[in-house]
Design a protein around this ligand. Structure first.
Ligand code: ATP
Length: 610
């Protein structure tokens, strides 16, 4: 495929303000893409040049891209920098300068998707002496051959900021739409859907449309099931292109490829928990960070909650995976927390978090050794354990671990008595832990979903909501008064609607932001801001700048109220809103789609009014 054609599609997607329209255009693009290019194009739609979990940093910063634009157009760096300061988007800057190149492009040729992709991969792989020049050369070579529109996207890709606003659910919907005809051959699905529709008395006039909508949902569900256990949407799209629906069977849980984490529901008391799941395992809730550790022989991979590869950050855990795990091939999960072995004390989160770093890893490993408290196992050798009940997985996990100083099982009891659960909760709190997580003994490992397989019970915050809300930043207001210095005065945030794949406004936040926060945040948001509302955002409030839903922040509030100005979980003209919201932290470990959902917010609201 010519890169020109792909850019044309990107251009239309970028300008659409409706998520439905975006899905349609994307389905058309993916439908006409051949086997050779589908994986690459899906990665590009995700704003990357590899699967989500792969490290594909280009090593090309804004400065180097400016240099490459200068090199390929004949304009001076100064001229380009000036424009960048005004525009704030290197893509637009590249578009402008590349469409009025001063020098004739001597070696220019038509760009294909393969050529662009291959240069970008080379850029991300070169290391060592001379790598800077080589990266520059490869980038300039692309810009040299690119038209204005093409350069806009080429310049944005290395910054992992394509500004298309496509989320993974939109890609999955587009893939599902292209499988519709094949889905119509699935007799059992069709019968079930038709039966449900008859029961619901769907009218003749909208029958076909509704039938196709439901069938697409079913197809999407099948794709998502696989994406949950195999975080590589490019490869999934490729296999669908090659083999159609039947290809999905070939996608299996694999050591090295992250599984989307299972998530916990919340309840307010031991009584509610026992009433809901009966006899259960109750585990201490450690306040560190979640790691998914994979091993295949000598190779170890460590992934964050968001499936980012963090292997190099944790040499102590890598070593322990070799020494303390009695199997060649495994996938286990646990919470890593800084721990003082001699006093047997858990260190506060602020210390644990210092281990998430790219530099001075060895020093910090000595200063804050981690202990990994493992709580689940999904694969041992060739056996996929995800479908097995929790109690069986726990037994296997116990047998898997050799005694040692870094990896240990989570502390747990089994009980159906509220009194015992409460005692265990109090004991955990007194040790400086966060609370407990109760686990349904019969539940399978439910990848990527929040179900009652796990229930968290945290210390309650008197007079406030029992849990914080994770909101996604969807816009910001430039400050008034003193705050104008920072270019940012308040944030507009939203919660996620899983059903509609939209972000709906829930709170405008002006407090909780320190001066340092404000200026850092402004830098972060400026890069993804625009005067146009992103297609996946719904809000009646109009901020000074919209931002692409990307950053998640933890918000505490006094209560959830009904409000006519916000759109989350809207009923009878009123949405849900947070009263006296304040920002607690930036949740860089969460994707926007992992923020609090509309449904969760509604549950929290009901619990509070009860
Ligand atoms: P969530 O993960 O539910 O979206 P969150 O990231 O805000 O929300 P918490 O509300 O703190 O996390 O609760 C779940 C998290 O608790 C897990 O993702 C995991 O990191 C951590 N955790 C600590 N101890 C355990 C344990 N024993 N079992 C499972 N998870 C645990």
């Amino acid at each position: 495929m010519q890169f020109k054609e792909l850019s044309r599609y990107f251009e239309v997607i970028e300008s659409t303000s409706s998520r439905l329209e975006m899905t349609k255009i994307l389905a058309e693009l993916l439908g006409k893409t051949d086997e050779k290019n589908i994986k690459k194009i899906v990665f590009l739609c995700q704003g990357k040049i590899g699967a989500n979990y792969e490290k594909t940093e280009s090593g090309l910063g804004e400065k180097m891209i400016i240099e490459a634009i200068a090199k390929s157009t004949g304009f001076t760096k100064k001229e380009i920098e000036k424009k960048f300061r005004e525009q704030g988007d290197l893509g637009l800057v590249a578009e402008e300068f590349c469409s009025k190149k001063k020098q004739s492009a001597l070696f220019s040729s038509e760009l294909t998707v393969e050529k662009v992709f291959s240069n970008l991969i080379k850029i991300s792989k070169v290391e060592g002496t001379g790598s800077r020049d080589l990266k520059l050369k490869l980038m300039a070579e692309l810009l040299n051959s690119a038209s204005g529109t093409e350069s806009k996207f080429i310049a944005r890709i290395p910054l992992e900021n394509l500004r298309l606003g496509i989320g993974d659910p939109t890609i999955m919907d587009a893939l599902a739409a292209n499988l519709l005809e094949e889905g119509k051959q699935k007799k059992d699905w069709i019968e079930k859907i038709e039966k449900e529709m008859k029961e619901k008395k769907i009218k003749e006039k909208i029958w076909k449309e509704e039938f196709e909508r439901r069938l697409k949902l079913k197809l999407r569900e099948k794709i998502e099931e696989k994406y949950n256990i195999y975080s590589d949407l490019g490869s999934i799209a490729e296999i669908l292109k090659q083999k159609g629906l039947a290809g999905l069977k070939e996608i299996k849980i694999t050591a090295g490829i992250p599984i989307r984490p299972t998530l916990a529901e919340r309840l307010n008391s031991a009584e509610e928990i026992i009433k809901k799941i009966g006899k259960c395992a109750v585990e201490a809730k450690y306040d560190g960070f979640r790691l998914q550790c994979h091993k295949n022989g000598k190779k170890i991979w460590i992934y964050s909650r968001q499936s980012e590869n963090m292997t190099e950050m944790f040499p102590d855990i890598m070593k322990a995976m070799q020494e303390q795990i009695k199997a060649e091939k495994v996938i286990i999960e646990g919470e890593a927390i800084a721990f003082n072995e001699s006093t047997e004390e858990f260190l506060p989160f602020q210390m644990t978090i210092q281990r998430k770093r790219k530099y001075r890893i060895e020093d910090k490993t000595k200063e804050f050794p981690l202990k990994l408290f493992v709580f689940d196992v999904m694969l041992i050798e060739e056996e996929n354990l995800m479908e097995k009940p929790f109690i069986e997985r726990r037994k296997k996990l116990k047998e898997l671990i050799k005694k040692g100083k870094t990896i240990a099982l989570t502390k747990a009891i089994e009980t159906d008595k509220t009194k015992k659960l409460d005692e265990f909760f109090d004991e955990s709190i007194s040790k400086g832990l966060e609370g407990i997580i109760a686990k349904d003994l019969n539940a399978r490992y439910i990848a990527g979903a929040r179900k009652f397989a796990w229930i968290k019970l945290k210390k309650s915050y008197k007079g406030e909501l029992t849990d914080s809300v994770d909101g996604v930043i969807i816009g910001y207001y430039t400050g008034k008064g003193k705050r104008t210095e920072f270019g940012l005065g308040a944030l507009l945030t939203g919660v996620y609607s899983k059903k509609e794949d939209l972000f709906k406004s829930v709170a405008k936040i002006g407090t909780g932001l320190t001066e340092k926060n404000l200026s850092e945040m402004e830098k972060l948001l400026k890069k993804i801001s625009s005067k146009k509302k992103p297609a996946r955002v719904e809000s009646e409030l109009k901020p000074d700048f919209w931002v692409e839903p990307k950053h998640v922040i933890e918000i505490r509030a006094d209560e959830i109220t009904r409000s006519p100005i916000h759109l989350a979980a809207k009923k009878e003209g009123k949405g849900l809103a947070l009263r006296f919201p304040r920002m607690i932290s930036i949740r860089s470990d969460k994707k926007p789609e992992e923020a609090t959902t509309e449904e969760e917010l509604e549950k929290m609201f009901k619990k509070q009014t009860k």
